[in-house]
Ligand binder design. Sequence first.
Ligand SMILES: *Cc1c(COP(=O)(O)O)cnc(C)c1O
Length: 482
Amino acid sequence: MDSTQFDSFLRGDRISLADSKSTSLEYAQHLDSIDPLRRFRDEFLIPSKSDLKDPHPEAKPVLEQNDASDPCIYLCGNSLGLQPRRTRTLLNEELSIWATRGVTGHFNHPQSMPWVSASETVSVSMAKIVGALPSEVAVMGSLTENIHLLLASFYKPSGSRTKIVIEGKAFPSDHYAVESQISWHGLDPAKHLVCIHPKAGDGEYTISTAHILRTIDEHHDTAALLFLSGVQYYTGQAFDIKTITAHAQARGITVGWDFAHAVGNIPLELHEWGIDFAAWCTYKYLSSGPGGMAGIFVHDKHAAGGRHRLAGWWGHNPESRFKMDNNFVPTPGAAGYQVSNPSIMSLTALRASLSVFTETSMSSLRTKSVHLTNYLEHLLQTTFSSPTTPSPFKIITPGDPQQRGAQLSLLFGEGLMLPVYELLHSQGIVVDERKPNVIRVAPLPMYNTFEECWRFVQALKSALESVGEPKETEIKVYVAIV
Ligand SMILES: *Cc1c(COP(=O)(O)O)cnc(C)c1O
């Protein structure tokens, strides 16, 4: 191994993609050999290609496979992160404790993880990942539920300040949550919900910071709340969280963020940036398992003062929680927003995955992530653009690494996306499709390799070639879809 290259990789110098060798398989393997995080791949369970075969009896793979026992190429950790090996071990431990100790496990736990305070322990590791103080983070419930709980506390329409500003293409669940909160207050979403859409000239899909700031200015004295996503789920655009937050707060607007696609993906400094509150799920980049336990952030500036909230006993100060005197005293900070006692199974799965994250840092992960995504983009550009034939897809994710995380979103021409997606899937390549025309590809620094990016691009090339042959396409697509 060349140690200069190794150091340069670690420093985050742009990897050399200039010469023609950069598109070779050998170059991909070379980059893997100098990747300081490569040991983490072994911490995860990667489904094999045959594991992913459609169980439907008539669904035959389109292409013959002689490599069925090989690991699949999983570029979908932005949607559901892979399972850490240690998850099963820790879950089994908790099952045994439950089996042998019953209710006493709440206080008497052989791994020093008594259930009664387990969520506090896990929130300490969570806080590190989002750049927050331990008191500012709680792990609890699930994302959309938590958005409702936080809006109940932080969306207080009064006087002329009644509006909520969101993205026009916010994730549907966020849109529904916000819209229903407005109605819940007896207001009409048609008048009180402001949706920011991309502006002509700025790019058809992405939203510039300037446009967001202008929209804030337009509603500076009528907006009660700004609620955006840190990384946009469809385009993969990362917003300038710090600038946008400061701009809106300077105009008296409360600022909340959804970090579903940002947490574990891009470095966050939630305390430093002074945002009011945030919510996120942990089953995407953070690998806590399907429907895993979510996280919230409430800035310490809101810790004291007993803000109005929808309360439950788990938000009650633990020192007097069990006095059962029906006198609600919230725990200061984010923990005071907990409602119910946490699911120990979900919490344990999150604890397992966060313990892998705490063996490295968001800054090391980000360094590798920028290399991986730049490399994937480079291969897509060099493989599919020629002066004579236009590329069959457009990358709608910003090209600037500062404005994106791991994910690239490929927008296909009409009718192309689903057949291409099906062909990729039949070859053991897991990406995800978002209707109408986007395939999202996310190489995660925790477990993906440069070689996988290379193999994905080769498979995409052959999928596009076979979809491009009209007669065969009909047959193949049919086979793939049944
Ligand atoms: C994934 C995601 C959700 C999912 O919400 P759940 O409550 O976990 O089902 C919501 N919002 C955004 C922005 C997401 O990316």
